[in-house]
Design a protein around this ligand. Structure first.
Ligand SMILES: Cc1cc2nc3c(=O)[nH]c(=O)nc-3n(C[C@H](O)[C@H](O)[C@H](O)COP(=O)(O)O)c2cc1C
Length: 362
């Protein structure tokens, strides 16, 4: 998710789940090939499995980005066919490509020929008036023939005119039934559903119908809500992380990100949502959000913020810390699935990758 699933956010999520697939923000082919590739692609070792999401329509350029993704150690390349923003439409990629399944198919073929990584596609159930189930199935069939390894379906259509990207994430109704039908009719394909999934119970319910689920906003706004994902979805036996272990785990991240030149406030930003709806949350949020921008702010701010939270919250059982009572804040995307490490959320977000070559997305 643009401006949300940046590298600090992904590194934080990796301290919450070892197994869920995380995604970067969308980066355009132009940004990688003609911009500061290192700024857009530099990742952190420990965030595997990690998918690079790319936006573009030119097969050669996408193949070259896929090669760079391989060189930078990404585990998957995901093509964005879901973003309806004006800027993306002007570039003739994103959701408008749903009207051109052949173009998406050539893009997938080119990327698959270029790298031995899974090549996956994130798309909508439809666009504009091409929103019948048959339109969706035709799109998926054409792209599946080109070898796409997974289809992540945002289960609502997008209107290419008249709605903002934000409205296109709320106004068109969710149609998870269409995605479930697709999965039932195409059992050989890996179909992942996305949209409006709020918690693990909701994710597990969808896993009755589809191979995996992607979680976007709820993974960013309520990160601790997902602390049981490794145990409940991936069969891990280790205890779920506590708020304290997650925060402590971020100390090395803060130091490393500062060495990499990331702004302190950028590293701290996703951490603000760690404590929500729990005693002390207000103080935690205020300490971090006000303190991070002060001149000279540094890692000791974490100690001051930590002091605002009672031990019971820091060390408590996961559901205390995971409750999360409020809306707001940022998000990421994460896929949570039962097979092959899929199933986490759209948690690919980084300050590093959200700048010039990036674009507002949805
Ligand atoms: C701030 C923000 C940025 C987003 N950026 C992207 C993006 O770069 N690529 C993408 O495929 N989806 C993007 N999305 C859409 C989400 O991945 C997801 O499809 C959508 O929010 C619905 O899922 P949710 O209800 O779990 O959030 C973004 C969403 C938000 C809120």
């Amino acid at each position: 998710m643009m401006a949300w699933t940046d590298r600090p956010y992904r590194r934080m999520m990796r301290r919450i789940t070892r197994h869920a697939l995380l995604y970067t923000e969308m980066v355009t082919t132009g940004a990688v090939l003609h911009g500061d590739a290192d700024r857009h692609l530099a990742r952190a070792e420990e965030t595997s499995p990690l998918a690079l999401q790319v936006g573009g329509d030119d097969p050669d350029a996408l193949a070259e980005v896929a090669r760079r993704a391989l060189a930078y150690g990404y585990d998957e390349v995901n093509l964005n066919v879901g973003c309806p923003s004006d800027r993306v439409q002007r570039g003739r990629f994103g959701a408008c490509l749903m009207a051109h399944p052949d173009v998406v198919a050539r893009a997938v073929e080119a990327m698959r020929a270029a790298v031995p990584l899974p090549v996956t596609v994130k798309h909508r159930i439809g666009i504009d008036d091409a929103d019948a189930y048959d339109d969706l199935r035709r799109f998926v069939d054409v792209v599946a023939d080109a070898g796409a390894d997974r289809f992540t379906v945002h289960a609502r259509k997008a209107w290419l005119q008249g709605l903002s990207p934000k409205e296109n994430r709320t106004v068109p109704p969710l149609r998870h039934d269409a995605v479930a039908r697709l999965a039932a009719e195409r059992p050989d394909l890996v179909i992942e559903t996305n949209g409006g999934i709020q918690d693990l119970d909701g994710a597990l319910a969808h896993l009755e119908d589809v191979a995996s689920v992607m979680v976007g906003r709820a993974a960013y706004q309520m990160p601790m809500r997902w602390v049981d994902v490794d145990r409940r979805v991936f069969g891990a036996t280790a205890p779920a992380p506590t708020l304290r272990t997650v925060i402590d785990g971020m100390r090395d991240v803060v130091e490393d990100e500062l060495v990499r030149g990331t702004r302190f406030a950028t590293v701290v930003k996703p951490m603000i949502a760690l404590a929500r709806g729990v005693p002390g949350a207000r103080g935690w949020r205020r300490t971090l959000s006000e303190g991070a921008h002060r001149p000279g702010a540094g890692p000791d701010l974490l100690d001051r913020a930590l002091a605002t939270l009672p031990d019971a919250v820091l060390d408590g059982v996961s559901d205390v810390a995971a409750t999360g009572g409020e809306e707001g804040g940022g998000v990421g995307a994460t896929d949570v699935g039962q097979e092959g490490g899929v199933v986490a959320s759209a948690a690919a977000v980084s300050a590093a990758s959200s700048s010039s070559g990036s674009t507002r997305s949805g």
